[in-house]
Design a protein around this ligand. Structure first.
Ligand code: ADP
Length: 397
């Protein structure tokens, strides 16, 4: 069983801490993706698992074996990288079987494994081709087949699709998913492409500045991001995040124009606290659509700014500042109060139009503005507080 465990793995290069106290527990057979911005430490983490880099501290265990100081060849792993290094003078069969021939496997065993691998990555009928007669996607499939024939316990794949064009990348995603379904192996995959991470993985490990931010199934990272970094990194376009302040009866944005009612005590918040509110563009609706939202907020006045028709949806930049005023270049504060909304492509919405919008309360997030940690995901179950004036008015009736 190839469980992979990283405990307190740290890697420093001089003053740079590439990986900082990384703890990962990867189950046998899991497809785990390490994702994060360039330079966050994904490759270094992978290299410590592969044995290409010795960690400054911590331990790496594969199966029951502490492999921290073992060379790559003794770890039961196979690697596929972004740069496909095939032998140009060898045909596909010889490229795939090269490692097996070095290890003196029998001809029958080599044939069996090569045919099986070629079948898994759809290279049947191409075994006598030379690399320069193949497309980039086919060459990458040869590299993957070369890893498969080793029958490793763990596959390590570092941006294997990064050099392929967009259409091919999408196709190769399905090839890799099918491969994972058919094979009983653990796959650890590195990418900066969140679409790859979201579509293929059982769980994704979101990394920033060498530190693990969240490890969870893709949709959990999307719907319940552990902190502001994950909220901003997972999802394209990013979640709207707005600064604001807790009042007696809920939360109000910095400019006072977005108000969300709830009892702050239920979230452990007090008036004067300044949590950041987050809401994804698809959870913002024009008020005509409010009846399609089960838990809408009160309607909030806004002005449409720029529209971005994407074909399958329209992104609408909303200004919640200076409603109705002549618009000039946006100040930084105004940009912070911008709200991106996604509407359906048949919407007749126009630029510079007054609109009322509602947010889906079940999709509103709050984060601690200082630590970035999530405070709440969804506030539909929170009761409103009766403000003093409402209570008085009701009392007068
Ligand atoms: P990613 O794969 O997420 O792009 P890396 O793991 O390659 O990130 O790098 C993490 C950090 O460590 C970066 O700041 C990078 O510059 C640094 N780093 C990586 N390898 C070395 C090295 N061999 N020497 C010095 N610094 C390195």
């Amino acid at each position: 069983m190839a469980r992979v465990n990283l405990e307190g793995v740290t890697k420093r290069y001089g003053d740079v801490t590439a990986v900082d106290d990384m703890n990962l527990d990867i189950e046998h057979g899991e497809f785990i993706t390490l994702v994060g911005p360039s330079g966050c430490g994904k490759s270094t983490t992978m290299e410590t698992i592969a044995g290409l880099t010795k960690p400054t501290g911590g331990t790496v265990t594969i199966g029951d074996l502490d492999v921290t100081t073992l060379p790559p060849k003794d770890r039961g792993i196979a690697m596929v990288f972004q740069n496909i290094a095939l032998f140009p003078h060898m045909d596909v069969y010889d490229n795939i079987s090269f490692g097996l021939r070095l290890r003196n496997y029998s001809k029958e065993e080599i044939d069996r494994r090569v045919e099986d691998a070629a079948d898994k990555v759809q290279l049947v009928g191409m075994l006598d081709r030379m690399p320069d007669e193949m497309s980039g996607g086919q060459r990458q499939r040869v590299a993957i087949a070369r890893a498969i024939v080793r029958e490793p316990d763990v596959f390590l794949m570092d941006e294997p699709l990064a050099n392929l064009d967009a259409k091919l990348r999408v196709h190769m995603r399905t090839v890799l998913q099918r491969l994972h379904k058919e094979m009983d192996t653990t796959i650890i995959y590195v990418t900066h492409d969140q679409a790859e991470a979201m579509t293929m993985s059982d769980r994704i490990a979101v990394i920033d500045a060498g530190e693990l931010q969240q490890i969870a199934p893709p949709l959990t990272c999307y719907n319940e991001p552990a902190n502001l970094f994950v909220a901003g990194f997972i999802g394209s376009p990013s979640m709207n995040t707005l600064a604001g302040e807790v009042t007696d009866t809920g939360w109000v944005s910095q400019n006072g124009n977005i108000q969300i009612d709830f009892d702050p005590a239920e979230l452990g918040l007090s008036p004067g606290d300044r949590p950041t509110m987050g809401v994804r563009p698809e959870d913002v609706y024009t008020s005509e659509k409010a009846d399609t939202v089960t838990h809408p907020t009160q309607s909030l006045p806004a002005t449409t700014d720029v529209l971005e028709p994407m074909g399958d949806e329209i992104f609408v930049y909303l200004l919640t500042d200076d409603i109705g005023a002549e618009k000039m270049a946006l100040s930084e504060a105004e940009q912070e109060n911008q709200l991106l909304m996604s509407v359906s492509p048949d919407s007749t919405i126009e630029e510079d139009q007054r609109v009322d919008v509602v947010l889906d309360r079940s999709k509103i997030h709050f984060f601690d503005a200082k630590s970035g940690e999530a405070i709440a995901h969804g506030i539909e179950d929170l009761a409103g507080v009766e403000s003093a004036s409402t209570a008085e008015a009701e009392g007068d009736d």
